[in-house]
Design a protein around this ligand. Structure first.
Ligand SMILES: N[C@@H](CCC(=O)N[C@@H](CS)C(=O)NCC(=O)O)C(=O)O
Length: 326
């Protein structure tokens, strides 16, 4: 077992022992928008909000949004972990920076990968209106990941590229990507992500729940928070209806439940699609579901489908966030 794997294993064992596995999900419990909805939203509300726009509902005020849920003991153990991660960062990648929207499913896919492989990363929250944080880039979507200054675009490209760098040709694990794994990664990008928005903004109540996050996060004034929550929820409620039509979804919950059970069937009774440990498809499904898990839709999904056990295994396997403060 090399040092990277040892550190990751230790970290995961510690996370399990201290029952902290859920906090990573809480950290992610925020609304998100697909590409189409984000554009729609920006176009209609951008002018009114400037740099602290409601579309910045994605934004945590800093890189420690989830830590508010931690106990003191947990915080201590995490700070110790952060020390353990330092050598790892210098061993593989010196500086990893993720440009993201907090609740974007594609960004969360990348974060699940980084967390699982114990790669520390800084987060730069991008203002979806001005996008000034990525002015330097020709690519105008998120996620963008810079590794030692080199930018990479598109979640799938980023993950593949990191995986290849970590498992160079001929090294152990370099040829483990199976056809099945690729097929299910494709299913996440081509199907699962499209089912999510219609679910989290399905009713007025759920749309508001998805924007509750804004009340406790982001560098907004009281009025901006209020406007963001209600204007944002209203906007996304209508966007979700459009997306539902676009992707031929008749019953959004049924579609979510079917997707969850389809995934569980794909496991064929194994703990993970990857067998005894997660592969890239497991990480992709987990990544896109993490932002919705503690919303009504995510709770319903776990209650009405067989996905809960796998999700819990994934929480333990992925462990705590490797996000470091900038
Ligand atoms: N295929 C891309 C999709 C990325 C994407 O659509 N990101 C959305 C956020 S969820 C975005 O940046 N949309 C453009 C915008 O917000 O203006 C990936 O996998 O990274």
């Amino acid at each position: 077992m090399n040092r990277v794997t040892r550190l990751a294993a230790l970290r995961r064992a510690a996370a399990t022992a201290t029952s902290l596995s859920q906090t990573g999900s809480l950290q992610q419990a925020a609304p998100f928008s697909s590409s189409a909805s984000s554009h729609w939203f920006s176009g209609r509300f951008g002018g009114n909000f400037g740099s602290t726009s409601p579309a910045s509902h994605y934004l945590p005020s800093n890189g420690v949004a989830g830590t508010m849920f931690f106990s003191v003991a947990a915080a201590t153990s995490l700070s110790q972990e952060a020390h353990a991660k330092e050598p790892l960062q210098s061993q593989i990648f010196k500086e990893v920076v993720l440009y993201q929207y907090e609740a974007c499913p594609f960004c969360n896919k990348v974060k699940a990968f980084l967390d699982y492989y114990d790669i520390p990363y800084k987060v730069v929250e991008v203002n979806p209106i001005s996008k000034k944080e990525i002015k330097w880039s020709d690519y105008k979507k998120v996620p963008i990941l810079t590794v030692d200054g080199e930018p990479m675009n598109d979640s799938s490209v980023i993950i593949e590229s990191l995986f290849k760098r970590m498992h160079p040709e001929g090294s152990p694990g370099s040829s483990t990507n199976t056809e099945d794994e690729k097929k299910w990664v494709g299913w996440v990008n081509g199907h699962l992500v499209h089912v999510l928005s219609p679910n989290i903004y399905r009713t007025a109540g759920e749309a508001l729940e998805s924007f509750d996050y804004i009340a406790s996060h982001g560098n907004f004034s009281f009025t901006e928070k209020l406007v963001a929550k209600y204007a944002g929820a209203t906007a996304m409620y209508f966007v979700a209806k459009k997306l539902k039509k676009k992707y031929n979804i008749t019953d959004e919950r049924e579609s979510l439940y079917q997707s969850a059970d389809t995934w569980v069937d794909a496991l064929k009774g194994q703990p993970f699609l990857g067998g005894s440990k997660p592969n890239l498809a497991d990480l992709a499904v987990f990544g896109v579901l993490r932002p919705i898990r503690h919303l009504q839709s995510g709770r319903d999904m776990v209650e009405h489908t067989r996905i809960g056990d796998w999700y819990s295994r994934m929480e333990k396997a992925v462990g705590e966030s490797c996000r470091v403060t900038a």
